[in-house]
Design a protein around this ligand. Sequence first.
Ligand code: PEP
Length: 255
Amino acid sequence: MNKAKRRAVIAGNWKMNKNRAEAKTLITELLPLVKEAGCEVVICTPYTNLETALALTEGSNVKVGAENCHWAESGAFTGEISAPMLKELGVQYVIIGHSERRQYFGETDGTVAKRVRAALESGLEVILCVGETLEQREADITGETIAIQVKKALAGVTAEELRHIIIAYEPVWAIGTGKTATDEQANEVNHMIRELLGKLYGEEAAEATTIQYGGSMNAKNAAGLLAQPDIDGGLIGGASLKAPDFAAIVEAASK
Ligand code: PEP
């Protein structure tokens, strides 16, 4: 296992939080705190804050992402945003398949795969979320659940395209609940995902893929999680809404 072969990425998922004024305040506070980061720093904001985030981060080391995109280029999909629209704005990253999308908005492995395809074709970097529910963990089918999600989302994705995909392992029971997977639990699943990528794409591609952990990661528990051999960064919800907390996680990933 060689972590040096892959980029560490700390990405904030703001979810449906922050109006424009609040976004400006948060980004302005964050930029100086993370300017020496030894890892990649991404903030994924609501659509309404993307232009503000892009303008404020211009020329900085902080990249901007969206929280979802539709699979079609354009058309009769009221309320949706396409990948080319994001690309045109200057957005670099997009989260796809977040468990809240799966849970509340009918996202399936099939629609996740279509969104991944659209994002790749538009030249966006994808943060693909996978994770088991508490029920699935208790039924001892975590491995199978994650394997199906990964295989279905990556159906048709080539080894070349895989370089533009980060996988975020996010146990559903740990998101926004304050319950974090232990360092070992999180690493075990990340390792399993890497082994699966090895079978699908070969060892070199698997070793080069960034696999994050997400689920109540915070300033206190980040160092332990990020020290694990298969955890290459984090997708951060709640703690990304406070600049010092997010910056502390970035610092832990920079070591
Ligand atoms: C997330 O939204 O992806 C997430 C991990 O949230 P939290 O950090 O709040 O659990």
